[in-house]
Write a protein that binds this ligand. Structure first.
Ligand SMILES: Cc1cc2nc3c(=O)[nH]c(=O)nc-3n(C[C@H](O)[C@H](O)[C@H](O)COP(=O)(O)OP(=O)(O)OC[C@H]3O[C@@H](n4cnc5c(N)ncnc54)[C@H](O)[C@@H]3O)c2cc1C
Length: 472
């Protein structure tokens, strides 16, 4: 067991003038920010209530600068926090006092699309949606599409192992990463992976870095697998009079061995907030809405859509509509993508959770969350990637109201316990970061929790890469 955690600010140095001069020497003075007003936008990510300014923000403009930056910062005993677009929802890129924040957004080149091997090689600051747009130029497809795809970076996606609306059929970021270039804590660079479809040479270190939340190394290059672009897709929306019947419909679709590309869920609070925000003409009286999409060969899409339609009717959908045009389908998908932004408008503080359960448990957990909201008198909007069993109970609260925050904490504790009791996880895609850290040991148990810390100790013995995230 690693007894004493080095992850406390008392064990770190602050970035001083000498280090800042060295960093200016590496990237140029214009690419280093130190004034409080300039570093303020890098004090938070998409997570409510977590804020801390870094001492300095560095923007590499060439991949080759990253090893020198990492080496300079860690040799000075200063924490290094890597950051993409800062859309994370677990506080992963929130700095520590005195830390250096390394922003990867200017490393945004698409290096190569290899149409012989169906791969794309990109720098970490490439925006997620651009990967798919580049693929589309060659009739290819990059499936992971987080709701933030227009702004998140591929480096952030790798570090969080992000999911998306198509996760049910196509999986998550990990399923597409074939290779990574990583700068380690001592500034050494390693390449992990290759373009081979099969490779069992040695431990799979590439996978260790996927989902490691910037705590093990800095990703400077990503090789991704691409697929042939689906020829057809069909989008449908179903409404339900109860939350449980929507959840039951999802469990039933899976049990009927139908694996559509997308099955997304919005509860009534979310439907109303989204409609108010985006004016999409959604059914405001429905207790729940499912958004479903089938893609692939036209004949398969036809058959799968018909089977889904039947399953929805059999599970008491009050209405099922199929999008007639591409624009109509996009409008429906926008409803889901706007969910977080729409909910965030209605209360001063929006706390979005990420619990995930085996799909057979969905109806019970959705019901439990609704009961929890009532028992603790807190407003919770629920939406999520229901086909993946991934729910985002979103607390609409006010952090200035101490009593409400106590009620929120009590409700969250219950939801976490219930999720774990049903074989679920505290986070399906947003990562542990700072926000879920209190619950990690509870999920993993002492053995695997300590094993994680040993891996960290081996790769980052000074605990300087994004310290205090995931665990202490
Ligand atoms: C509206 C909205 C919708 C969202 N929808 C989804 C969704 O559907 N699915 C989903 O999974 N997430 C979703 N997210 C969460 C978020 O967008 C993802 O976690 C995303 O991958 C973060 O990317 P980023 O570039 O913003 O990374 P950041 O937030 O900047 O960083 C996230 C983590 O990655 C680390 N990191 C970033 N770049 C690197 C790098 N190059 N090397 C090493 N570590 C790095 C950081 O240290 C941090 O720990 C959503 C967020 C918002 C605001």
């Amino acid at each position: 067991m690693i007894a004493a955690s080095p992850a406390t600010p008392a064990n770190y140095n602050r970035a001083d003038a000498a280090l800042i001069d060295t960093l200016r020497g590496v990237v140029g003075a214009d690419n280093v920010l130190t004034e409080a007003i300039d570093v303020a936008p890098y004090a938070f990510d998409g997570t409510a209530m977590l804020k801390q300014r870094p001492a300095c923000v560095v923007f590499p403009t060439e991949r080759s600068q990253v090893p020198a930056i990492v080496k300079a910062v860690t040799s000075a005993g200063v924490p290094l926090v890597t950051r993409g677009s800062g859309t994370g929802l677990s506080g992963g890129s929130v700095p520590l006092d005195g830390a250096v924040t390394l922003v990867m957004t200017q490393l945004d080149k698409v290096i190569e699309v290899d149409t012989a091997n169906l791969t794309i090689r990109v720098e970490p600051g490439v925006i997620t949606m651009k990967v798919d747009q580049e693929a589309a130029k060659h009739g290819l497809f990059y499936p992971p599409d987080p709701g933030s795809q227009k702004i998140s970076t591929i480096g952030g996606n790798v570090a969080e192992n992000s999911g998306g609306l198509r996760g049910l059929k196509y999986g998550v970021t990990r399923d597409y990463v074939m290779g990574l270039r990583v700068v380690l804590a001592d500034g050494e660079e390693v390449w992990l992976g290759n373009q081979c479809v099969k490779d069992v040479a040695g431990y799979n270190l590439r996978d260790l870095f996927i989902g490691s939340e910037g705590t093990l190394g800095v990703v400077t290059e990503v090789l991704l697998k691409l697929l042939p672009r689906p020829q057809a897709r069909r989008t449908m929306v179903a409404t339900f009079a109860t939350l449980e019947s929507a959840a039951q419909a999802v469990s039933d679709i899976i049990a009927r061995k139908i694996v559509p590309c997308t099955v997304e869920f919005l509860d009534q609070t979310t439907i109303r907030c989204v409609d108010d925000y985006a004016n999409l003409g959604l059914p405001l009286d429905a207790a729940a809405l499912l958004l479903l999409e089938s893609d692939g060969h036209p004949a398969v899409v036809e058959e799968e859509s018909a089977a889904m339609h039947q399953a929805l009717i059999d599970n008491n959908a009050t209405n099922v509509e199929t999008a007639q045009t591409v624009e109509d389908a996009e409008r429906l998908l926008t409803a889901r993508r706007a969910a977080f932004s729409a909910l965030a408008r209605v209360s001063p503080t929006t706390i979005l959770e990420d619990v995930t359960v085996p799909r057979s448990e969905l109806a019970a957990v959705v019901k439990f969350i609704a009961g929890c909201a009532e028992r603790h008198n807190v407003r919770i909007g629920v939406f999520g990637h229901m086909g993946d069993g991934n729910l985002h109970p979103t607390f609409l609260v006010d952090e200035r109201n101490a009593d409400e925050m106590h009620r929120f904490e009590a409700a969250l504790e219950e939801i976490v316990d219930e999720t774990l009791r049903r074989g679920g996880t505290i986070t399906g895609e947003h990562g542990v970061g700072l926000a879920k850290k209190p619950f990690l040991r509870r999920q993993l148990g002492d053995g695997s929790f300590e094993l994680l810390r040993k891996v960290k100790q081996a790769l980052d013995p000074q605990w300087l890469l994004n310290p205090g995230k995931v665990f202490d």
